[in-house]
Design a protein around this ligand. Structure first.
Ligand code: AMP
Length: 257
């Protein structure tokens, strides 16, 4: 048996199984990998969940055509020294008789554009937190409103873990990486660049929302909104390029943690 006499050592021992969880829907890109690398650096044991959560897709959304490549994802996770790739089936997560949902109060942005979306996100994340029991769970700034919703859930329901947010990873031309970018034709991909450019124009403007709207270069905004996440104020927007729905945001003030 190991005897521990100092507080510092006790803390270290208690942390010797610091578990990091990275919840994902798969089709990994550098955005996912940045979260996995942070978890690998900061935790002893890294769990990546890969679950295309039907509960967060609306009836007319892209669940059926969402990119899937489990073999490649498993290979990439292995290369990042992930300890466990958790790939539950929908029946495992939502068995017959499932009937409990987490409904976080959220306004504007995605909450309005995708009714029911955050209910699905919050429910699956709380389930994953209870299954994996991570000390730290990792999320991307790309889905900033998701972070705001999950922070609220964690605070309101006293969920014992820390949420970490990592910056949005972008392609060299500025487009935020997203599994959905795979839907874009080369011409649409060029059009899509108006989204990060508009947000960048809004970032330094006196009226960020109007400036971003004006700079969308013909793309129809679903919304352009200001969003508060903890201490930070973000400018967020969603638009469609063809049938592909894209979201993005930039920090206007404060630090997103
Ligand atoms: P998803 O598989 O799309 O549900 O994303 C899983 C996690 O990766 C979420 O926390 C996302 O916010 C995060 N993520 C997605 N795209 C990016 C990106 N371009 N940069 C950083 N994180 C991202």
């Amino acid at each position: 048996m190991k005897s521990v006499r100092t507080v510092a050592e006790m803390k270290q021992v208690a942390q010797s199984h610091k578990v990091g969880l990275v919840p994902t829907m798969g089709a990994f890109h550098e955005g996912h990998l940045s979260l996995i690398r942070a978890a690998r650096e900061e935790c002893d044991f890294v769990v990546v969940s890969l679950f295309l959560n039907p509960a967060q897709f609306g009836a007319n959304e892209d669940l059926d055509r969402y990119p899937r490549d489990q073999e490649r994802d498993a290979r990439l996770a292995e290369e990042e020294s992930v300890d466990v790739l958790f790939v539950p089936s929908p029946d495992e997560m939502y068995p017959d008789g499932f009937g409990t949902w987490v409904d976080v109060d959220a306004q504007g942005g995605e909450a309005v554009a995708r009714p029911g979306h955050f209910r699905g996100v919050a429910t699956v994340c709380l389930k994953l937190f209870n299954i994996v029991r991570p000390d730290v769970a990792y999320f991307g700034q790309k889905d900033a409103q998701q972070v705001a919703v999950l922070r609220r859930m964690v605070g309101d329901l006293n969920v014992p873990l820390e949420l970490r947010v990592l910056p949005t990873v972008r392609d060299v031309d500025g487009l935020a990486l997203s599994s959905r970018n795979a839907y874009l034709t080369p011409a649409q991909r060029r059009e899509a660049l108006a989204l990060p450019r508009a947000l960048e124009a809004g970032r330094t403007a006196a009226d960020p929302v109007s400036a971003a709207r004006a700079a969308l270069n013909g793309l129809e905004p679903e919304y352009v909104d200001l969003l508060r996440v903890g201490e930070a104020t973000l400018l967020t927007a969603a638009t469609r390029v063809g049938t592909t729905r894209l979201i993005d945001n930039v920090v206007l003030e404060g630090e997103l943690r």
